[in-house]
Design a protein around this ligand. Structure first.
Ligand SMILES: C[S@@+](CC[C@H](N)C(=O)[O-])C[C@H]1O[C@@H](n2cnc3c(N)ncnc32)[C@H](O)[C@@H]1O
Length: 242
């Protein structure tokens, strides 16, 4: 079952029952817009501006509220995966600590094909960090599948996955390959996956394809419509570990 809401995630999360979700992937605003960073678009330098949704006045308070609600709705052995960059991950890390979450891993997602740095005054950013946390030391994580996917050797916390050509106009669309790995390792077929910052719908597309139930929340009507159409057009392909 797929349920999508066009609303502020806090409004929906506050109505959801405690412990009702098996796995959460959250790709929140990183708060990197409007700080005079420059990036490349169609081969030309442009100011880095992801959208009004990416400008947050009080990032610590914002993170405290939504992460607090996510931990409440998470099942006792569920996992919460939160992606970020240096712009928000210190705040996410300290918020997880304040909320007494159990931090399982910090996963470094390395993009070998990351956009070059035009300003040529520092190292070219090519990674994102994904916090993996739970409510306690007892959590579900498919260790054996991770090993199997890594040629029968322990999977490490450095994931080399290329950025993919975007399927929609959303500026921060995540690669489906990344979500396939996360959903495969953090949940089972028939379980409930939640994404409180749905964006273009990547998590919903992959969750549906992999036979998971899914709840997605997106505040922007434009992105909500894009995500809904994308998820509706996705077929279920059960028995797909990856
Ligand atoms: C980083 S993007 C997510 C991109 C997504 N992972 C994808 O693959 O397309 C964050 C999204 O959260 C939405 N958003 C921001 N604040 C929100 C809120 N309070 N509740 C729900 N959605 C929100 C933004 O409109 C934006 O589309």
């Amino acid at each position: 079952m797929i349920t999508l809401y066009n609303d502020d995630c806090l409004n929906i999360l506050r109505e959801m029952p405690t412990g009702s979700v098996d796995m959460i992937f959250a790709d929140p605003p990183y708060n990197l817009s409007g700080q005079n960073f420059v990036t490349v678009q169609n081969g030309k330098p442009v100011k880095l501006y992801k959208g009004d949704w990416d400008v947050i006045d009080d990032i610590d308070r914002f993170n405290y509220e939504w992460i607090g609600e996510c931990l409440r709705v998470l099942s006792d052995n569920g996992t919460l995966w939160i992606s970020g960059t240096l712009h928000n991950h210190p705040s996410v890390g300290s918020t997880l600590k304040k909320l007494n979450a159990w931090i399982i891993n910090d996963i470094i997602w390395y993009k070998p094909n990351a956009t070059p740095l035009l300003s040529c005054n520092r190292l070219a950013p090519s990674t994102e960090l994904i916090w993996l946390a739970s409510k306690s030391k007892k959590y579900y994580f498919n260790y054996e599948l991770a090993k199997q996917l890594n040629g029968d050797r322990q999977m490490k916390n450095l994931w080399v996955i290329n950025a993919e050509r975007h399927k929609t106009i959303h500026k921060t669309e995540k690669p489906e390959t990344l979500l396939e790995r996360i959903i495969a390792l953090g949940s089972n077929e028939g379980q409930l996956v939640l994404d409180p910052f749905l964006g273009s719908g990547t998590t919903g597309v992959v969750a549906k394809r992999m036979g998971r139930n899914f709840i997605g929340i997106e505040i922007s009507k434009e992105y909500f419509d894009i995500a809904s159409a994308r998820i509706n057009n996705t077929a279920v392909e059960p028995c797909l570990p990856l």
